[in-house]
Ligand binder design. Sequence first.
Ligand code: ZN
Length: 274
Amino acid sequence: MRFLYPDFRTKALTFSYDDGCCQDRRLTELFRKYGVRATFNLNSAFLGWKGPITHGGFTVPFDRSEPEEICELYRGFEVASHNATHYNMSKHTPETIREELWRDTSALRALTGQAVRGFAYPCGGFNHHSHEFLAEVGIAYARTGLSTFRFDLPQNFYYWCPTCHDRHPDLAELARRFIDGEPEELWLLYVWGHSFELDKNDIDRWENLEGHLRLLSGREDIWYAENIEICDYITACRACIYADGRLHNPTEREIFLTHKGKKYRLAPGETAEF
Ligand SMILES: [Zn+2]
């Protein structure tokens, strides 16, 4: 028996972008054009701040998204937390961590009208207690900045390592391998970055990313999903109970699977015999 993604797909593609800045306007349009889904990780206390950033030797615009545009700008995408003021979770006291998380998730929920259930670690900082604080405020997963260059799913969604950064030179080959492969397990291509980095002028980074989107979009075997959709679906698959040739789906999600060449959809609460 093998679990599949929704609609019996074998591959999923997701994107994750941090810091919520003016380049997200162009990026969300690009993602809409190609029909891909993404998650945007925002610092609510910095919304509306103005100013450039110098990053890796490049100075680029870094005006933060405006609070009043959040709803429209990120419509159709997941809005997730990146701490209210970008605090590094590995370096602060439990009190500060709780305050940062609570402040950010409350503010973003008020702006979007949606529960905030995703997180990206600011500065990639975490320790082995981070998941406890995240769970307290209803966060279901957290993304690290550690690239795996692989397509496998995380064992623990609170320490979810992406495949690679959008500007990494290996992404072209990874994307090609992802398209051409016929996976035995579920595959996930998880690309992360900062939209302000797309303005760096060493190469045309926007065109570079659009090239990847051209290749990866519009494919029937790929599920285009936000981070939280993947987390929720895989968590539901893992909650299914198998015993004595029967598989029970105790969750509220429909589960897709295949067994001996036959496809099964397991409705919420349903039990199938194999
Ligand atoms: Zn950041």
